[in-house]
Design a protein around this ligand. Structure first.
Ligand code: GAL
Length: 420
């Protein structure tokens, strides 16, 4: 055989080999936009990358830092406008509908039917993932937002009790501050302000009012004594935030609780991902408890990936493989063990999960029966993004001025009128 012919043969063999490297699959590159850059979040992303690579595809990381994802969404819009969307992007809640309406998303009918997604996902999850009846997004988890993360050592040193109401909170925070600790670890960023306010409002007003105000956007519920009381309570919480909070990232606030500098943080359970990454054990090194007044209620935040339409068959295959892999039980387990959330897929074995995740799972189920399962508006699950942005502005203005609770309540209603 001539050298040329044997060379040509081995080139063909190599090409065929790599094309069918994993179970005869086409190997494609998947570019994934996300904002998971903190310690716990980054560990979770690694699991996503690994599962894609086991299918023989290549991961192209497109991380845009900034908790809550505002920066990531701005970057995503400009990429899509310039005709270069990523393969997949972390997009949640009603924004999935907004992207669906743009006509740029892949309908995942084949993968979702083959994987029985309708049978595996609770309706509260699957409804969010569909545009006009077709799956256009795939869920990785369910986060609970109305949590309080507490350092029991700090509480003990201050002689304070873990609060279950906002009145008890004020008593505990006062003692903690007097004992020389930061009572509330917080970062002054609009989405963090909204996250705290959302839990305060749920604790003050309850789930029915919360739904009327933040889901139905009812003017009477928005501009109401309950909203005023919620803002007045936020003022109290604010008294116990330290002077250096402006623009602090959420994970640095969590680190203050981990290190015993601060007593508590009001944040969704991605904060637990930070405790886990720091090898801390719940019930011993830290306490997870519902934010005051919110026991039995659950503000849900479902992380999901939307998939943008692809032309290239390899990219299409890689995208479908990623979607299918996300729904596999192995992935839903390992990802959520790191992320602090619970699996989106129902019927999962929770043996490896800690008590906080087990509590979250049972509260998710019981709150869906009691009517206390509500979407997190601070995390883009409840309302159009423009209205959400307008509400963020009101809460942040309130936090950075001496606006009265009465004016703030009126401005919440006006925000909806202007953007709704
Ligand atoms: C949320 C997101 C979480 C977490 C958090 C902080 O909006 O759903 O997964 O990453 O932001 O970055």
């Amino acid at each position: 055989m001539s050298i040329q012919r044997s060379f040509a043969r081995s080139v063909v063999a190599c090409a065929v080999g790599s094309l069918f490297a994993v179970g005869g699959a086409l190997a494609g590159e998947v570019e994934v936009l996300h904002w998971w850059t903190s310690g716990g979040e980054a560990k979770s992303v690694v699991e996503l990358k690994k599962i894609l690579e086991t299918k023989g595809h290549k991961w192209k990381d497109f991380a845009v830092a900034g908790g809550g994802g505002e920066n990531a969404m701005t970057v995503l819009k400009s990429r899509v406008v310039s005709g270069k969307p990523p393969t997949a992007a972390q997009v949640k809640g009603p924004s999935i509908q907004e992207w669906g309406a743009e006509g740029v998303l892949t309908q995942m009918d084949g993968v979702s039917k083959a994987g029985n997604w309708d049978g595996l996902l609770p309706a509260v999850v699957s409804n969010v993932m569909k545009y006009q009846g077709h799956y256009v997004a795939v869920p990785v988890n369910v986060h609970r937002v109305n949590w309080m993360w507490a350092n029991p050592e700090v509480f003990k040193k201050a002689g304070a009790k873990i609060p279950t109401t906002w009145d008890e909170f004020a008593v505990a925070a006062e003692k903690i501050q007097k004992a020389g600790f930061v009572a509330v670890a917080h970062g002054g960023q609009p989405w963090q302000d909204a996250t705290v306010f959302e839990s305060v409002a749920l604790g003050v007003g309850g789930a029915d009012w919360f739904n009327k105000a933040f889901v139905k956007l009812d003017t009477g519920a928005l501009n109401s004594p309950t909203m005023e009381k919620s803002f007045a309570t936020l003022r109290t919480v604010q008294k116990y935030i330290d002077k250096d909070a402006a623009n602090r990232d959420w994970n640095l606030a969590t680190a203050m609780v981990i290190n015993g500098k601060a007593a508590m943080q009001f944040m969704g359970d991605w904060a637990k991902g930070e405790f886990t990454a720091a090898n801390k054990a719940p019930g011993k090194d830290y306490i997870c408890a519902p934010a005051p007044g919110t026991a039995g209620a659950f503000t849900f935040n479902i992380d999901s990936f939307i998939m943008f339409e692809q032309k290239d068959p390899e990219a299409k295959k890689a995208q479908a493989d990623l979607a299918a892999a996300i729904m596999e039980p192995q992935f839903q387990e390992v990802f959520n063990l790191n992320k602090g959330s619970i699996p989106a897929r129902s019927g999962m074995d929770m043996a490896k999960f800690d008590q906080c995740a087990k509590d979250s799972t049972s509260e998710f189920q019981s709150s869906s029966k009691s009517g206390k399962l509500v979407p997190s508006w601070a995390h883009g699950m409840a309302m159009p993004s423009a209205v959400q942005g307008a509400m963020f502005d009101v809460v942040t203005q309130f936090m950075n001025s001496n606006m009265s609770p009465k004016d703030a309540a009126a401005k919440m209603a006006a925000a909806v009128k202007a953007k709704g």
